[in-house]
Design a protein. Sequence first.
Length: 297
Amino acid sequence: MVIVVLVLLGVFSSVTALITGFFLSSESHESGNVALIRIEGAITSAEPSTFEKGLAYSDDIVSQIERADANTEIKAIILAINSPGGAPVASEEIARAVEQSNKTVVAWIRDIGTSGAYWAASSADIIVASPVSVTGSVGVIASYLEFSGLMEMYGVSYQRLVSGSFKDTGSPFRNMTPEEEELYNKQISLMRDHFLGSVAANRGLSLSDANKLADARAYTGAQAKELGLVDVLGGKKEAVEAIKQRLNITDVKIVEYKRRPSFTDLLSLASEVSSYSIGLGIGDSLMKESNGVSVRT
């Protein structure tokens, strides 16, 4: 019992520290003259769960860009990109925020900056990429799974009840009709044309040069520079140097902008910490008692 009480006191201390840290960090002042904003992982507009990793949320990234814009101390923004792209709307939202920014924006493509991630990069004033990074892939992909053959093997049938002939287009339980394939291909082509046109306008490419990108192939950074998709070959050092030259400044202090966790995020994290700590403490107490007189649950 004493051990359990001590565990609960420890949990209370951990939660208190989290809450204190939350309010202190939310009031802290972001100091520096160049904002570093990361676009890492697949781009999506979905609402993030608590401290989820591996995805780039458009709302968060747009918010960070807007915060940097509103900060008079910030003179430029570096977009650190390591993303294969993602949802078209989410990618366009980031690209539009970059385009509308009142700061100098340098896109720094690291390992990969393709498809929607390159769309965002193309809106920047300068694009820096490693010679061996992967970029480009200006195109749209759509796919679906189809289980009708598997269902037939197991004697499972699909009874179709719809109010319109295209209502269940893309259903995995039946073959897609030629009319449905044509509909999807038209939509993909429209999205591709919009994507390609935006990139061409952002990069100042002629129609003939833009059409070279229509096959959606990916390029190395070195190849992309030859095609006019990248301005400078290099990394973070070159991105900083590009800012110095463009703004005619010598002193650059980078401050990283991150997603500000909400109070709901904090409560969720505190709950996770509490559950883990209680389980760990009780388990530890049972293990200790098992080495002594008795074991009980």
